[in-house]
Design a protein around this ligand. Structure first.
Ligand SMILES: Cc1cc2nc3c(=O)[nH]c(=O)nc-3n(C[C@H](O)[C@H](O)[C@H](O)COP(=O)(O)O)c2cc1C
Length: 177
């Protein structure tokens, strides 16, 4: 399978980064082709969505060297599976991941359907702190008509033993692809 992994945290070494690393290791070992874009650490390489004044549906041209246009989007369009990786920031996803998702707008039609999706999430709080983030991902995947193929939720992420267990889960999930 062609897998695109999008991460959003700016933090290195980070807890969601560990989930992504483990998933990617497992998925590659299982023979998949993985493209990974760490949006949170590469924010100077892409732009937020820009819309025409008075034409809210119309995107303004993005800089020609924008990596989302030139590299991430072609990989996403060709992907069989999309893996969205975020830490819990103010009850939502990382801003850089959201900025990349907003850039789906011009490609909405072509991105819809025909893909599987996995979410990997970490955060300091207990499971109930993730309610709005979980709902967001469920609604997004439903809207994109991407079939959910698994998820890892690493609550209480500062607890090293618990985190290690979730990192192992992410590795197993990658290997199962
Ligand atoms: C800007 C910011 C916002 C955060 N917001 C929340 C939050 O709303 N709820 C929570 O439980 N933890 C919150 N945290 C803690 C992170 O979720 C936690 O440290 C997580 O392990 C970070 O993962 P990362 O290292 O992959 O970024 C926040 C941390 C930061 C830096």
């Amino acid at each position: 399978m062609k897998i695109v992994v999008l991460t959003g945290s700016p933090h290195h070494p980070g807890t969601s980064e560990q989930l992504a690393d483990a998933f990617v290791k497992g998925a590659i070992e299982a023979g998949n082709e993985v493209y990974r874009f760490d949006a949170g650490r590469r924010t100077d390489e892409f732009s937020m969505i820009k819309l025409e004044d008075n034409h809210p549906g119309q995107e303004v041209a993005i800089e020609p060297n924008d990596i989302v246009t030139n590299e991430v989007m072609p990989k996403l369009l060709a992907a069989d599976m999309v893996v969205l990786v975020s830490s819990l920031y103010y009850y939502g996803i990382n801003a850089a991941l959201k900025a990349v998702i907003d850039r789906f707008y011009s490609y909405n039609h072509d991105l819809h359907g025909g893909k599987k999706a996995i979410t990997l999430v970490s955060g300091y709080g207990q499971e109930d702190a993730f309610a709005s983030l979980n709902l967001y991902f469920d609604q997004l995947l439903n809207y994109m008509r991407w079939n959910k193929a698994g998820n890892v939720l690493a609550a209480d992420s500062w607890n090293e033993q618990k985190l290690a267990k979730h990192v192992a889960e992410a590795y197993d999930l990658g290997q199962s692809i």
